[in-house]
Design a protein around this ligand. Structure first.
Ligand code: AG3
Length: 587
């Protein structure tokens, strides 16, 4: 909307969101909207907020309340540090508000600011001199006009604190919100150093802080969200996401800050070490533990000679939905009503899928939900439905981000006995290096010669356009995947687009039935990740399939599990020894 006439008055309305906005009355246009070559810049004067800097229709600061943001983003990391900072790097921040606050720290010997847009520096200096007051005259300050993402690569191990004061991840700041950039930020820090990035309004931009959190988690040792609220950034709680180089740096952050703030000997208007940086600890906890979904995988020995048909299995799927409080979506997908060896029945649920196949006397079941999974109810119900005695189960936290060791710890392999009526604590899978999994000597296929198996992939940091498109995902499942694996498809790839009721699951899903199994995958456009389950009774090249799939979706990182399926007569211990978890980086 931008500038709008209301009667005699001129108003400005922010353009960040398509369905909500805020505005203020403009007293005078100081700098009319100007294309800087990087973005559109405008400076307005208002009676209430003083002068206002606007980039691409989004309010960056007002003279009235800029102190809140600048004080928190500068002082929080500087005071949280375990020792006084000497070299601080600012990326963006052309108005110099961050630099002004950083330079108040006497310990700081050098402040380097890398701003891509010279006009932001020049016009703010001229028209909002109070924001950059003292900065340009301070000999400790050095301005580089350039691309922060490039300059930072030359600063390995040099900076105690890095403040990324960027616009939102639309426009020129896009290259500052990805894993490569965050890795170079990490590399540029000294040991014990802290980096902090503005990550948007918690409620109105619900995927920014979690998105940065997950990316920071890839390289940083600890991650923290710092929150405050101001007027300029509409939407209440606003977030800064910080990462530390070294574990435990944030543990002592509050204690360090109290001491360091006293010693620093200057006054602040908004920042205080006594205000906890975690006014919403529950939100932080959610970020730490949140996952895309949960899955319970069950191998159940069918009694007698019974071979459940599609109708009976369809009933199992629908009733399982009831048992785990999920709403089924569409009709079950299956190749035939008989359900012979290896044939699959899949029932989409709200956000994922439930599936069945039979290998010999074993029913191989997968029960995946993106809501909370009442696991025992699902297992008990399935055992009852098929009149079985026991189930061999795997519990998998799906899409729980990047720490493969933590994911391993949260994965469980256990046996559920109807008579015992309680799931024991269970075992964990074996963690391997992907190079071991991909080596010709890898024992998995030798040891599981005759049994079916399952390859599960959670692939992170995928390309939005690829995973948002139903035809593109159907092409992967229906033609690329069979080419990579040599597996034969049955019917066509079914790729509906559902799950939009929850933002984390919005995006297409695909079921491709295969000869002897199935390939089921879900795509989250908001989390930029995909989850894949392939259950099959013929082997294929793991390396080729995983790497090519990552390449197809431009995924950067994958956590994979390998499970022996449809085993009768093997002990829990043997199964656990043959269940693997491993991470794959893109090459
Ligand atoms: N940089 C952060 C502006 C964020 C605006 N985004 C938003 N309201 N969601 C401000 C630059 C001040 N130095």
């Amino acid at each position: 909307m931008g500038l709008v006439k209301k009667g005699k008055d001129l108003w400005f309305f922010e353009d960040l969101y398509t369905d909500t906005t805020y505005g203020f009355k403009v007293a005078k246009v100081i700098v009319p909207e100007t294309d800087t070559g990087f973005q559109k810049l405008m400076i307005l004067e208002t009676d209430r907020f003083g002068r206002v800097l606007i980039l691409d229709g989004i309010v960056q600061l007002t003279e009235e309340d800029e102190g809140i943001y600048h004080e928190w983003i500068a002082h929080w990391p500087l005071f949280a540090l375990q020792r006084p900072a000497r070299h601080v790097l600012i990326i963006g921040g052309g108005d110099c508000g961050v630099a002004r606050e950083v330079l108040r720290h006497k310990s700081v010997e050098k402040v380097t600011m890398v701003e891509i847009d010279r006009m932001v520096c020049d016009l703010c200096r001229r028209h909002m001199p109070s924001v950059s007051e003292g900065v340009y005259d301070d000999p400790r300050f050095r301005l580089i006009i350039g691309d922060g993402a490039e300059v930072i690569r030359q600063m390995k191990g040099k900076c105690d604190v890095i403040v990324i004061d960027s616009t939102d991840p639309i426009g020129p700041a896009q290259s500052l919100f990805n894993t490569d950039f965050y890795q170079s930020v990490y590399d540029a820090l000294t040991a014990g150093g802290i980096a902090i990035h503005q990550t948007g309004a918690l409620i109105l931009q619900p995927f920014e802080a979690p998105g940065s959190w997950r990316q920071l988690e890839r390289s940083f040792d600890d991650v923290r969200v710092v929150q405050f609220a101001n007027i300029s950034y509409m939407g209440g709680p606003f977030s800064l996401t910080a990462g530390s180089k070294g574990k435990g740096v944030f543990k002592s952050a509050e204690r360090n800050a109290l001491k360091a703030f006293k010693k620093a000997g200057f006054k602040t208007s908004w920042y205080s070490p006594r205000i906890p940086a975690l006014p919403y600890p529950e939100f932080q906890k959610r970020l730490e533990t949140d996952k895309y979904g949960e899955e319970v995988v069950m191998d159940i020995e069918l009694p007698g000679r019974s071979c459940p048909d599609a109708k009976k299995v369809g009933k199992w799927a629908l009733r399982t939905c009831d048992a785990i409080h999920m709403i089924p979506f569409g009709e079950p997908i299956t190749a035939s009503s008989v359900l012979g060896e290896g044939e699959t029945l899949v029932q989409y649920v709200e956000t994922s899928a439930i599936s069945y196949r039979r290998y010999g006397r074993l029913a191989a079941l997968n029960c995946f939900t993106c809501a909370a999974l009442p696991m025992e109810a699902a297992v008990r119900f399935s055992i009852d439905h098929f009149k079985a005695q026991r189930a061999l189960c795997w519990y998998l936290p799906r899409g729980s981000f990047v720490d493969v060791k933590a994911i391993r710890k949260n994965t469980r392999i256990f046996e559920y006995d109807r008579a015992a009526d309680r799931a024991p604590k269970g075992l964990m899978p074996r963690l391997l290096d992907s190079s071991d999994v991909f080596a010709p000597a890898f024992s998995f296929f030798r040891e599981n010669k005759d049994s079916a198996f399952e390859l599960i992939m959670d692939i992170y940091d995928c390309d939005y356009d690829k995973i948002a498109s139903s035809p593109a995902v159907a092409r992967w499942a229906g033609s690329e995947f069979p080419k990579m694996t040599g597996l034969r498809t049955v019917g066509n790839a079914d790729a509906p687009d559902f799950g939009h009721a929850k933002k984390k699951t919005a995006g297409p899903s695909v079921v491709q039935l295969l000869q002897g199994g199935s390939n089921i995958s879900h795509y989250s456009v908001n989390w930029l990740m995909i989850v894949v389950n392939i259950v099959i009774n013929r082997r294929f090249s793991l390396e080729k399939t995983i790497r090519r799939t990552m390449r197809y979706f431009k995924g950067r990182y994958a956590v994979c599990w390998l499970l022996p399926r449809g085993n009768s007569g093997r002990t829990l211990k043997e199964i656990a020894e043959n269940t693997f978890i491993f991470a794959v980086e893109d090459k």
